[in-house]
Ligand binder design. Structure first.
Ligand code: KPL
Length: 331
């Protein structure tokens, strides 16, 4: 079995290192990255080290002695060699998996840049990006050769940061979290076991996964844009009455667009207020993107809700207002 991780951001590196360490019955783990992010000049299939620094205060899973590609261990670091390259041509077999861990807005191009060995067979694409619901819609719309039944969702609460040290990737695992995977594909058991080797992991039905992703979308369409506009930490997004009104309106629009049922708004409200409370001292990813002057994921959050609303004839003025404000900040 081949497991390829597409994207060398913090979550991609964390998952590639942890899965390689888990030694899943001989599964090959590869990291697929953009050429400009790879060490050296000749990006093709160059081996690269992913050094993991465990800051979760839990014991690090011990690599097995027969796992030849473990390079060394130091106090709090497990250094693992993972094949990293552009891998333009993937020789996939039944049961293979590509975990998509790029930013949502990079994923269409990243998936497109891989040439599958023949057009009749595809590995399962496991969409582990923020904004995965919108990403699936975009992939299906823009890459006609993809098969919807070969796309599954995953979401995680692991925390990590990454940087480069010379030719190596360094990822710090800051918080051990949980990973949820939509089941129903060959290789789901191996992937689940791999994820379970470094945190909790749960296989979900398609219905339960969609419910979870709608809850997460509700958090991404409120906490992210409001905190980015206000320049505040997550705990302060509901401080003003204007923002409380906006918050309620965004959630009721999401509930209407995605048909979350009679208790939908209450469910979304209690989920998002819990996230605000649990992350009150954090800066949201969108605020951090705005502060760094880079593109945000608003197209896959508020933008996705607006587009789905249009398709279904449901007005989404609150999401549209936040979408337009963030777009104008980006320009
Ligand atoms: O995950 C998040 C992010 O920073 O993107 C939060 C704000 C906690 C929820 O959307």
């Amino acid at each position: 079995m081949n497991i390829s991780v597409l994207g060398s951001g913090s979550i991609g590196l964390l998952f590639a290192n942890r899965l390689a360490t888990a030694n899943l019955g001989g599964a090959t783990i590869r990291l697929i990255s953009r050429r400009d992010k790879l060490p050296g000049n000749n990006g093709e299939k160059k081996a690269s080290l992913i050094q993991l620094i465990d800051r979760t205060n839990e014991s690090i899973p011990q690599p097995r002695a027969d796992n030849g590609d473990v390079q060394s261990e130091r106090n709090d670091a497990v250094i693992h060699e993972v094949n990293a390259g552009e891998f333009r041509e993937l020789d996939h077999k039944e049961g293979d998996v590509v975990i998509v861990a790029t930013k949502a807005y990079q994923a269409v191009e990243a998936v497109e840049s891989i040439t599958w060995d023949d057009n009749t067979f595809q590995p399962t694409l496991v969409l582990l990006c923020n904004g995965a619901l919108g990403l699936k819609a975009a992939l299906l719309e823009r890459l006609e050769f993809l098969d919807a039944s070969r796309m599954k969702f995953a979401t995680t609460t692991h925390g990590a940061v990454a940087n480069r040290q010379g030719d190596d990737f360094v990822v710090e695992h800051l918080g051990r979290g949980e990973t949820w995977i939509e089941g129903g594909f060959p290789g789901e058991r191996e992937l689940h076991d791999g994820f379970a080797s470094f945190g909790n992991a749960t296989l979900l039905s398609t219905r339960m996964m969609e419910k979870l992703l709608i809850d997460k979308l509700a958090a991404s369409c409120t906490i992210n844009p409001i905190s980015a506009i206000e320049g505040c930490r997550n705990g302060a997004v509901l401080d003003s009455s204007e923002n409380r009104q906006l918050f309620e309106a965004v959630l009721s629009e999401i509930s209407a667009v995605f048909g979350t049922g009679d208790d939908g708004v209450d469910r979304l409200t209690s989920f998002v207020t819990r996230v605000i409370d649990n992350t009150k001292n954090n800066k949201s990813s969108m605020l951090r993107d705005v502060e760094r002057g880079i593109k945000t994921e608003v197209e896959y959050f508020s933008g996705y809700v607006v587009r789905e609303g249009l398709k279904r004839g449901i007005a989404t003025p609150a999401n549209s207002k936040l979408y337009k404000t963030i777009r104008s900040i980006e320009e």
